[in-house]
Design a binder for this molecule. Structure first.
Ligand code: DON
Length: 561
């Protein structure tokens, strides 16, 4: 109430000042796209200016990211699409990759049953059957209002005309150059030493996109594009066939829905763990009323970390592809069950992860996925998280097609109890099987308050996705930050195993870290990997749209006035 009064007072003062100085009021934002690249956000907004909806903008934005954000934007990976129509209908599309028909549970193990290093992350065998193009076509079929080819065209133009390399991209290309060459040869496009400010033109990708524009799903899963993909996968040791490509279908699924205080939250269900884990963590936190503590204070962090620990332990046991296993969704989100899980927590001392479930593991670095959030002037909202898994996926580049292939197979549990590249462990529920989808942490999320859309949010970051989305929501609704501050604020992460709290380096008070160490928390503060790159949109009760683009990346919000 006090906040509302202060805000209104400021607004009236601003009006008066502007009136007296002869200026006009800033135009209200009618819609927005927040994505990992300015070009992609601008392309989405341009589509809305032509009369397109958030759904049309989504397709154009996604394909633009394929061109100018090749580490994660993709036509050859997969993702999850959450939507809320202006009328309040909410749903989700699963276009996650699938294991090829020839896959088997022990395909990454040697004769002794040990994991062969890199086999599930580098090269053709790491590639899951892509879902992205099938997903985009399905979204267009259900919701598109502009012609498909008009939505693909901006990405074709961007690929032909080229995009400008940013400093962050230059560093990223440099860090992967040797691997690109090892897998694709010295002439491969992304080993050409692009510097910040250079223009990257990708004619091969423009031609691939032209086929997709012309033939839709068949433009990717059949014909020359499919031939080149299958050949490249085979050359690099993989097993994807034409039959795999033809068999791929995305699935419309019910989102996970739960309440947190006055918020009604929708997020992605299995095969993503995002929705269930976000729900579990928020519901475990709810009775503690974390807003009573300061943001990133010892008490608030303890409650959050302990809830995260318990939820990630459940994730490893129960979650996987719902088309293959039974998931006790309702029990996992049951309030009594979750309260009981927190019974062992005290503010005195950290719970040990070995007391929740056994295990000792290593944790290696890796990144990239990408998330974008869109709202349009009609009130439709879209949250999409899409990925090649690792940065540039399997690092296998289809030279003739101009794109990288995913390494999503590593998201399966190759061997029970042995961590994947995000340090996540799993068991039977997430074991490899032909045509199965690998478990994900991607958490595209929509928040409603008072029956109205209040926030669109999501992020990349592997296992840190869930905890980054969580912290952004808490920052806004418990710690009363505006959405940009909520996105920019320092983050931390715990995932049950390894039993460490990871902090963004240099952003937390040493005294706070010492207090946590005194309570027996293991702390890791040096840079290990990104803890999210959140792109979010907030809609106030009065309908005011504000955006939060993560300064950790090149992420940019482009408003529609
Ligand atoms: O689906 C998943 O959970 C992972 N493949 C996401 C990978 C990711 O976020 C990497 N980005 N930083």
């Amino acid at each position: 109430m006090k906040l509302l009064f202060t805000k209104n007072y400021c607004y009236l003062t601003l009006c008066l000042v502007l009136f007296l100085s002869g200026c006009t009021l800033p135009k209200p934002i009618k819609g927005a796209v927040v994505s990992a690249r300015e070009e992609a956000s601008a392309i989405g907004v341009a589509i809305m200016k032509q009369g397109g909806t958030a759904f049309d903008a989504m397709i154009a934005t996604d394909l633009a990211l394929t061109v100018c954000y090749p580490n994660a934007g993709n036509i050859s990976g997969g993702g999850f699409f959450m939507y809320r129509t202006a009328a309040g209908e909410v749903g989700s599309l699963d276009y996650r990759e699938k294991a090829p028909l020839g896959a088997s549970s022990d395909m990454y193990l040697d004769k002794e049953g040990n994991i062969v290093p890199n086999k599930s992350t580098l090269g053709g065998l790491a590639v899951g059957v892509p879902g992205t193009v099938a997903g985009l076509v399905a979204i267009h079929k259900k919701f598109g209002t502009l012609a498909w080819e008009d939505l693909v065209q901006p990405a074709i133009d961007l690929a032909r005309e080229g995009y400008l390399v940013t400093e962050k991209q230059q560093r990223s290309f440099e860090s992967k150059k040797e691997t690109f060459i090892a897998l694709n040869g010295p002439d491969t496009l992304y080993a050409q030493g692009f510097q910040a400010g250079d223009r990257v033109q990708n004619t091969a990708l423009a031609e691939t996109l032209e086929r997709i524009a012309m033939f839709g799903k068949a433009g990717f899963y059949e014909g020359p594009v499919a031939d080149d993909l299958v050949e490249r996968v085979r050359e690099t040791g993989g097993i994807i066939t034409h039959e795999d490509l033809l068999a791929y279908e995305p699935v419309w699924r019910d989102p996970i829905n739960f309440q947190y205080k006055e918020l009604n939250i929708y997020s992605m269900g299995p095969p993503s763990s995002g929705g269930i884990c976000l729900g579990q963590i928020l519901k475990m936190i709810e009775p503690y009323d974390v807003g009573q503590y300061e943001h990133n204070s010892v008490e608030a962090m303890q409650v959050i970390v302990e809830a995260e620990r318990r939820s990630y332990a459940d994730r490893s046991l129960y979650l996987g592809d719902p088309d293959f296993i039974q998931i006790p969704k309702d029990s996992l989100l049951d309030v009594d069950y979750l309260n009981e899980r927190m019974n062992s927590f005290t503010f005195e001392k950290a719970t040990k992860s070995t007391d929740i479930a056994p295990g000792t593991i290593q944790w290696e670095e890796s990144e990239e996925t990408t998330h974008y959030s869109i709202v349009d002037p009609m009130g439709n909202a879209v949250a999409v998280t899409t990925t090649l898994n690792g940065s540039y996926g399997s690092k296998v580049f289809v030279e003739k097609g101009g794109y990288f292939l995913n390494n999503e197979m590593d998201d399966f549990s190759s061997k029970p109890g042995v961590p994947n590249m995000f340090g996540l462990i799993g068991g039977k529920a997430n074991a490899i099987a032909p045509q199965k989808r690998m478990l994900s942490a991607m958490t595209p999320t929509l928040v409603e308050r008072n029956g109205k859309l209040a926030m669109v949010v999501g992020t990349p970051g592997g296992s840190t996705i869930i905890t980054s989305v969580l912290q952004t929501i808490l920052n806004v609704y418990e710690f009363e930050m505006d959405v940009q501050s909520a996105v920019s604020a320092a983050r931390f992460h715990h995932q049950w195993l390894p039993d460490v709290v990871v902090f963004e380096p240099g952003r937390f008070d040493p005294a706070l870290i010492k207090s946590l160490q005194d309570k027996d928390y293991n702390i890791k503060e040096e840079y290990s990997r990104i803890i999210g790159r959140v792109d979010a949109i907030q809609i106030s009760d009065s309908g005011e749209i504000t955006t939060g683009a993560d300064p950790r990346g090149d992420d940019t919000a482009v408003p529609l006035f």
